[in-house]
Design a protein around this ligand. Structure first.
Ligand code: FES
Ligand SMILES: [Fe+2]
Length: 391
């Protein structure tokens, strides 16, 4: 099915849910052990089997649009260097000097033709090749070819840059990203304007991610921000492998009854919204004025996550007034996530750590959460024979 047909069908379903006071439902409820959110041994396995083996988002294309642009960032204890080469391709490398382990590029973004280690001055090209060893004659014979920065598998698609944090792991990026990246691709994020980032700090990464997967909490947790615009507890779920497209009808969705049904697919943000979730830790919310791409970074301990909210807009602000408006919108969105979702998440974490309940329960309406937890279990099982979760 092509995207217009798929979206038209989703809108048909969302209109029906609203008009008949129903929502998309899983076959049954699901219990998840509380220790899935608290046990350090489970968290370690998640880091090893999910975050260090699967493609994860490391940058947006618009963060490094030009040849020579780079981004140095630490993810899950791995210092990364992401660069754009002259031919337009990207590299992801460990930002660790092959001499004695110093971090080569300073954390942040910039543009340069080569990187010089600030300890003894070894130099590296944008693609990570070692270019020069200081005082080579005194140092002793050393082959430059063996001393490039460690390369990581990397893949750029749909304006997003993914890497695998373990060198040498063979991954079929296209297969993993599947239909979800095709959906994202049509938005052409690589042509958008990068507005900047905000950081928020919260609970265990799955506690935080659970909040992006359902609209059941809108009325109670977002009574004045999201709830006036969007129905609480009405969602539609579509899966692409472990990834999810979640539809949320706006309170104005009924107006689409006055629009030809073949055109409904063109009304995203005008009657309904989508959240696109890239397993395991990215949530994309597209809005007309600004798009928020949340990247949840587990740690440093199992009960914590740091979330980087990346903001992009379709075009750069035309003047100072627009710039101020954009910044206000970014801060508003950050505040909703921080004050209404992540503060709740921190209290959830306390409740879970208290040992009061051996399990938490997901309702039939929390179908996306069920699917997400089933996929986490799938990867933790390390059993290729195990059937893949189905929505
Ligand atoms: S550690 Fe980088 S040059 Fe010595
Ligand atoms: Fe929320």
């Amino acid at each position: 099915m092509n995207i217009p047909e798929q979206y038209n069908q989703i809108v048909t379903k969302m209109l029906d849910y609203v008009e008949s006071e129903r929502t998309d439902q899983a076959a049954s409820t699901l219990s998840v052990p509380s220790r899935a959110y608290t046990d350090p041994s489970i968290w370690e396995r998640e880091m090893e089997l999910i975050f260090k083996r699967l493609p994860i988002l490391v940058a947006l294309s618009v963060e490094l649009p030009h040849s020579g642009d780079y981004k140095a960032v630490e993810l899950l204890g791995k210092p990364l260097l992401i660069t754009r080469l002259e031919d337009g391709s990207v590299r992801a490398m460990l930002n660790v000097c092959t001499h004695r382990g110093m971090l080569v590029a300073q954390e942040g973004r910039g543009n340069c033709t080569h990187f010089t280690c600030r300890y003894h001055g070894w130099a590296y090209a944008s693609d990570g090749r070692a270019k020069g060893i200081t005082g080579l004659k005194k140092f002793g014979a050393t082959d430059l070819n063996d001393h490039g920065l460690t390369q990581l598998p990397v893949h750029e698609r749909g304006g997003l840059i993914f890497a695998v944090l373990t060198p040498g792991v063979r991954v079929d990026f296209d297969r993993f990203l599947g239909g979800m990246i095709k959906d994202v691709e049509r938005l052409n994020f690589q042509d958008w304007h990068f507005c900047g980032t905000r950081e928020v700090f919260g609970a265990n990464w799955k506690v935080a991610y659970d909040g992006y997967l359902e609209g059941y909490h809108f009325a109670a947790a977002h009574p004045e921000t999201i709830n006036p615009r969007t129905y609480s507890n009405v969602m539609h779920f579509e899966a692409h492998g472990p990834h999810l497209l979640v539809g949320f009808p706006q309170r104005s969705i009924g107006k689409l009854r006055g629009v030809p049904a073949n055109d409904w697919w063109q009304h995203e943000n005008d009657g309904y919204d989508f959240v696109r979730l890239l397993f395991p830790n990215v949530s994309i919310f597209v809005a007309p004025e600004i798009t928020q791409i949340a990247q949840l970074i587990p740690g440093p301990t199992p009960d914590k996550n740091r979330t980087v909210l990346h903001f992009i807009s379709r075009s750069a602000p035309a003047n100072d007034e627009d710039r101020v408006k954009l910044e206000q919108m970014i801060d508003w969105l950050r505040d909703v996530v921080d004050k209404e979702d992540y503060q709740v998440g921190l209290k959830v974490q306390k409740g879970l750590e208290s040992g009061a309940r051996s399990h938490v329960k997901f309702g039939r309406n929390e179908r996306g959460n069920q699917y997400f937890h089933n996929w986490v279990d799938y990867y933790l099982a390390e059993d290729p024979q195990r059937p893949k979760p189905q929505l």
